[in-house]
Design a protein around this ligand. Sequence first.
Ligand SMILES: Cc1cc2nc3c(=O)[nH]c(=O)nc-3n(C[C@H](O)[C@H](O)[C@H](O)COP(=O)(O)O)c2cc1C
Length: 202
Amino acid sequence: MIISSDSINHMEKFYRVNFINSLTGFKSASLIGTINPNGHTNLAVFNSVIHVGANPPLMGFLMRPVNVPRHTYHNIKANGYFTINHINSNLIKPAHQTSARYPEDVSEFEATGLTVEYTEKILAPYVKESIIKIGLKFVEEFTIKTNETKFIVGEILEVIIPEEIIEKDGIVDLEKAGTVTIRGLDSYHETKLLERMPYAKP
Ligand SMILES: Cc1cc2nc3c(=O)[nH]c(=O)nc-3n(C[C@H](O)[C@H](O)[C@H](O)COP(=O)(O)O)c2cc1C
């Protein structure tokens, strides 16, 4: 079948959200940790984290429009730091629960039972239980004018990772870490490596 943009525009709201969100393919599964100026920690699940560049090491994610309170966004803008914590298969339930709209003074860490962990360098909480953790400094934001979403870019200041899951050539063995992948807004999947390919030349 061919689904036209007109049909998409006429889809029931939640059907359309599910349809479009799963069309992009499997996505990264992250918990973004932040803290507000009053010291309240915040944690939220994101499926839009991508690699932006390796030199300098940059990562970014897409933020929904900030015309309603978005604690992650406001905390990042207030203190300039955030953490990205991979979601492992044993963390799916608490990770998903962080998407609930808790009031600002309720920490998703406490609400879900996940544990806060800090390092000296990053003014934002890590998820202790997560196997791969990245500490970043906010560097830039871009507004997508068409729908008012924001692309947030951070520079990696440190990575907390078990040494044995980094392969000889630098590739991180995500399966060994138990990192999951996300479809749409509600499905968490394990992965299976099919093949590693050599650098392609013409
Ligand atoms: C699987 C999943 C993926 C999500 N990915 C994103 C995302 O990439 N960007 C975003 O702005 N919100 C995303 N959300 C919604 C946020 O988790 C949700 O708005 C959360 O309440 C934000 O928390 P905060 O206000 O504490 O920052 C996602 C939700 C789920 C369930």
